[in-house]
Design a protein around this ligand. Sequence first.
Ligand code: M6R
Length: 614
Amino acid sequence: MCGIVGYVGKKEAVPILLQGLESLEYRGYDSSGLAYFDEAQKKIDCFKGAGPVSCLKSQLAGIHHSGCIGIAHTRWATHGAPTQENAHPHLDNKGYFAIVHNGIIENYKLLKQDLEKRGYQFKSQTDTETAVHLWHAKNEHADAIRESFRQAILHMEGQFAFVGMGLDEPDRLFVFRRSNPLLIGLGRGENFVASDATAFLPYTNRVIYLGDDELAEVFKDHVRIYNLKSGRLIHKKSVHIDWSQEQAQKGNAPHFMFKEIHEQPEVLKKTLKQRIKNTQIIWNELRPKDLDKLKQIERILAVSCGTAYHACLASKYMFDACTGIPVSVDVSSEFRYSEQQLTRKDMVLLVSQSGETADTLAALNEAKRQGVFTLAIVNVRGSSLAREADAVIYTHAGPEIGVASTKAYTAQLMVLALLAIYLGIIRNKISKKDASAFLAQARKLPKYCLQIIQKKSAAVKSYAESLKDKPNFIYLGRGINFPTALEGALKFKEITYTHAHGYAAGEMKHGPIALIDDQLVVICIAPQSKTYEKMMNNIEEISARKGIVFSIGTEDDQRLIAKSRFFVGIPRILEIFSPILTVIPLQLLAYYVAVAKGNEVDKPRNLAKSVTVE
Ligand code: M6R
């Protein structure tokens, strides 16, 4: 989705803006642009075009840029095709103001008609251009640019974030946020604005998170924040984010996805270290009143999208095994329109890597509207979900840049498993002895995860090369590894562009069996568990129809090895933790097939890292 970068300081703005845009490329976009204040000519210069940031860079090559303030944008087209005219920034007809924008201005057509009647000429099909002309129109009657910016925003409906600059006050950026990510990075003698902290991590870790309907003036050495409605100054504290620049860079890895798969043992180790003290499970972020709520809830409704939804599905099996609390799981886009009647004893659990997924935020709003306790499990600190839910638990996976989620997923599974055990303990469903047995097994996960990555990658890579041209893949699992089948198939289709379908293995005879022939690859997730024999039956049926069996099973399971064309073994682990290990070979398989096909692994076609529109 769209990305925003702004800079004001002492250095040349253009290289900093370009670097910021490059670090936001992973979010997915189709055009890019920037504008800066040209000190020499005292005007706003703007460069933009369809295509990647590298094209923008070539446009700017050889041009001397003398400005120390600027704004930049990567656009993911919503209103109007990805063309140069529609790319941001947009300027008013006189070139006094420039603006970049994320989100949607819902009443832009009416505003546009009115502005056209007043003589404003539109050059693009975007809703954004309305904002800049409106800003200009409001400025005719305002005594300060900030006030005309505020007035313009008060006339716009929708969810959006803006960063703008005005020719008459070239020492500051004008910033606004509503339901779209935007944060301010505080440097020394320089400040930054971005939709994502990775854009300014090379310069600072100190940030101010803007809240909804907050407007800011960002100068090089200070920041003023105002409430939109009242126009009054408000005070906000800055916070330190523990993400490092290295974490947000590829380093020597061939792809971010590769790096992030390999970071999983460390992420699991860090999660366990933070969450387990001696034999206690700890939730630092939760206040006593949140912990009290957790004791009282009688039902959990887990809501999320994509990979996070698969983590929620797996969590149902974890909560069932440990707590006895009834759990229902929904994708956010269904939950938000489902008209479910919630009660005060319910808890809506929202899981998200980015914390900015539009449907999950809408689900949160619905839960809040019904007065239900909401708990978010989120990776990005200060994200909308983290700020708006009643309580938040962070996954601490570090920045995830690859569009295909890997380490965020295993971190979510780890936190959800610990939450299930914790709820089991506080509700006397799990004895002390069982709890320590659970935690002893959990502590083995980082080592086991590392073993799989180190010892199995070569085999999975060679399997991937021999399977890369197969047209269809079915992923089958049972119980807690049914969600693993869904996740394996999602990973595979999003980066290999090959049809892959996840199914509950017990459903095979109810339809998918018709697809089996000697070209169909069937990935069977069959670790030794209570559903093992049932999986073996499925495998017999697939083999009888000449399907290609690729199984993930317990290390050295000779029976399964004998029945599989391809086999990847994983260490034996308690069932509630098994999805954390079984998914690793599936991530590797998707990765190596995508590489073998020459696909853009980190930025698969048509996809964006965080889906901030419905
Ligand atoms: O940021 P979120 O966890 O809310 O994102 C949800 C999905 O958009 C995300 O998991 C998506 O399915 C990934 N591309 C999967 O790899």
